[in-house]
Design a protein around this ligand. Structure first.
Ligand SMILES: [Zn+2]
Length: 246
């Protein structure tokens, strides 16, 4: 009796697949001949799980959902080094300013500024995410990472410059007092309450993540990339799994 196994391309699900020899472990390789498919060569069985289609996407999804390196490594059966390098490789694609301002037709007249604390490795190594939210829609406009210092806030302010913002609502932290023109600056809870009730999803998520990342990694870079990926995906609508165009 002969058995036939249907072979589909893992990327485009096409049946237009040819045999393409064997790899050096004598495992059958296939080639997708569907026009426009990015997969080309693939195998049905992978000795090393990390090469399996979709595994790297899962690494990234698990990270932005708060899984630590060790958890991800265990669940996906890949090495911790691979988890780390997969996340690190995403760092260069991140953007810090929302690319959809024009499409969303936001006026950006007024913004709320907020900063969230976390630390990397030990408590003396403080890490802050500073970000600006459009007051009317609660859309994140831009973010930066760093210490809770004026110089970091100035970076955020520089990113906001093109928007021509007329009003800044803040909690009154010194860096804001020192770096925002008085007539444009308003301190207090009054103007942030409404928005905090309306849509807390992302802020809550960031908070949870910054808390969780306490044991996630000792590397500042990893910490920043994971939160950056979250904002890029959820808030900016960026396809964080897209292959980098070099
Ligand atoms: Zn294909």
């Amino acid at each position: 009796m002969t058995c036939y196994v249907e072979v589909r391309c893992p990327s485009c699900d096409s049946l237009e697949v040819n045999k393409a020899g064997f790899n050096h472990h004598r495992v059958r390789r296939y080639r997708c001949v569907n026009d426009g498919c990015i997969a080309n060569y693939f195998m049905l069985k992978y000795r090393y799980k990390a090469y399996q289609p979709g595994v790297k996407q899962q690494v990234v999804e698990m990270a932005i959902n708060g899984s630590g390196i060790r958890d991800t490594s265990r669940v996906l059966k890949i090495s911790k080094t691979t988890v780390l390098s997969t996340i690190k490789s995403k760092g260069s694609m991140l953007i810090q300013v929302n690319p959809n301002i024009k499409t969303l037709e936001l006026t950006c007249d007024a913004v709320e500024l907020d900063e969230q604390w976390s630390f990397v490795g030990n408590k003396s190594n403080q890490r802050w995410i500073w970000y600006a939210v459009d007051h009317a829609t609660n859309t994140i406009l831009a973010y930066v990472f760093g210490r809770r210092k004026d110089i970091i806030f100035k970076q955020l302010k520089a990113l906001l410059e093109p928007f021509g913002i007329k009003r800044f609502y803040t909690d009154g932290w010194g860096a804001y007092e020192r770096n925002i023109e008085k007539e444009k600056h308003e301190v207090g809870k009054r103007n942030t309450q409404k928005i905090e009730r309306k849509n807390l999803n992302l802020r809550t998520w960031i908070k949870r993540l910054t808390r969780k990342t306490i044991c996630f990694s000792k590397l500042e870079k990893m910490h920043d990339i994971v939160i950056g990926l979250l904002i890029n995906k959820v808030e900016f609508g960026v396809d964080i799994h897209a292959k980098l165009q070099i």
